[in-house]
Design a protein around this ligand. Sequence first.
Ligand code: GAR
Length: 223
Amino acid sequence: MYMQPLISDTPRTPKNPLRLCVFVSGNGSNLQALIDAANAPNTCFKIALVISNIKNTFALGRAHAAGIPAVTICHNDFSSRLDFEKTLITQCIDYHVELVVLAGFMRVLSPHFLSYFPNQVVNVHPALCPAFPGIHAARQALARGVKYAGCTVHLVNEGVDEGPIIAQAIVPVYPDDDENRLQKRIQIQEHLLLPKMIQEIAIGNVLIADSEICLRKKSDPVI
Ligand code: GAR
């Protein structure tokens, strides 16, 4: 099977970085992890734009503090999902966005949006997908009594927290865990995994054929 890099115009370099738009809805700790990573010397991606669908989020403050363009596009201000998504798309085009990263973005994107960015929308979810989609993933994990939880970075399709898996990180669940403790343990892994995988995408190490994804091994020749 012929596998090709997720973003065709790769590998990128720190001087020619992959342009991201990060979609957020709240705290923005994953956005912060991306901001910190983007400032590191060898990073091959840059955050061109942040979009929040909720007004006055903490995430917007993080973007402003980092000097990154940030806008609020609130879904409630539109009469239809199509109009909301058309505005998202226009903003992304204006900022020459090449990869959309959903970092705690609590809206499902329709096929209309996804068709504009084929294989170019990535999500982070605090569970070992396909387990526990939607909200309160850590609560769902505790309720099911799982012994291991974790997080997933995946390509987005029209389902909820669904799509080809790029990478996962695992954490143990302890008998005395509550939701807060487990969520924090998972988030520590999210903050490592998400920037790491965006960097791998930017340097052309994430390969796709149909809906199958694999990571280029370091020993593989560059195509
Ligand atoms: C993160 O844990 C992210 O994985 C999760 O929301 C949190 C946002 O935190 N996303 C989902 O649950 C998607 N279904 P943050 O705003 O601090 O990055």
